[in-house]
Design a protein around this ligand. Structure first.
Ligand code: NAD
Length: 260
């Protein structure tokens, strides 16, 4: 068990990548806090973990809401004693050319990805310093932390921003034994991606099959989607890593779409 008795707070863990990380972390002995604005689904995920023999709780958290983030982290500390791992993962996608993008949609996406990352980082860093144990902060970046695609301006800007935030957390956190890294997945079949396939097909005037083959997987070495399992295994490796040797980095898991 690589994460025995570690407490991991995972945002957006009611679905997709975050949910898989939660399930896999629980198998590695971590106590899991499912922090999601979809409380019903978060509660169901926590129950699933408990039924499989793990330990988990759900907290209602819109990551853009300062009070909800602070309360969710405080509830986690009250229940399990500390927060040792933060996975800042909650996210959305908005498909639009810049010339048609509303300021509201720009702000909405930036708030979830960047305000959310800041607020959860601040609350968890405070808890990690208070516990005296330090911890590991992991951001869910994307190949779009390093590459750009058309129709995704706020997403690409936000995902690039997370790399900068992780570097600052690495520098500020080191004295308290807090590490920060970014995981950069390629396309993973989750509700977030399933929703954008027809949207991209419409914007680009091509079929959904062409979006998958010629847009999403075109630059991979083997035409394969990355899986939630691939990302979860990377998240285990990063959280279990034992020293500050690995901090301020981003690790790309994308079937070779992006090579650093
Ligand atoms: P998903 O839609 O399956 O899950 C996202 C979760 O985030 C949902 O449970 C949702 O309720 C939650 N959420 C959304 N807004 C929230 C908010 N304001 N506060 C709290 N929770 C909120 O998506 P996913 O594909 O699992 O994506 C998870 C992360 O991985 C995102 O940051 C996404 O950008 C990133 N990512 C996804 C892919 C991919 O191909 N799926 C690739 C690279 C990076």
């Amino acid at each position: 068990m690589l994460l025995k008795d570690k407490v991991a707070l995972i945002t957006g863990a009611a679905s997709g990548i975050g949910k898989e990380i939660a399930m896999e972390y629980a198998k590695q002995g971590a106590k899991i806090v499912i922090a999601d604005m979809a409380l019903e689904a978060a509660t169901a995920t926590a129950k699933e973990i408990e039924q499989a023999g793990g330990t988990a709780m759900a907290v209602a958290m819109n990551v853009t809401d300062e009070a909800q983030v602070d309360k969710g982290v405080a509830d986690a500390v009250a229940a399990y004693g500390s927060v040792d791992i933060l996975i800042s993962n909650a996210g959305i996608q908005i498909i639009s050319p810049i010339v048609d993008l509303s300021l509201d949609n720009w702000k909405k996406l930036i708030a979830i990805h960047l305000d959310g990352a800041f607020l959860t980082t601040r609350a968890c860093m405070r808890a990690m310093i208070a516990s005296g144990k330090g911890g590991s902060v992991i951001y869910m970046g994307s190949v779009h932390s390093h590459e750009a695609s058309p129709l995704k301006a706020p997403y690409v800007a936000a995902k690039h921003g997370l790399v900068g935030l992780a570097k600052v957390v690495a520098k500020e956190g080191a004295k308290n034994n807090i590490r920060a890294n970014v995981i950069c997945p390629g396309f993973v079949r989750t509700p977030l991606v399933d929703k954008q396939i027809p949207e991209q097909a419409k914007e680009l005037g091509i079929t959904e099959e062409e979006v998958i083959k010629n847009v999403m997987l075109k630059e991979t070495v083997d035409g394969e989607f990355t899986t939630v399992q691939d990302v979860a295994q990377t998240a285990i490796f990063l959280a279990a890593f034992g020293s500050n040797a690995l901090t301020g980095q981003s690790i790309t898991v994308s079937h070779g779409w992006h090579m650093q």
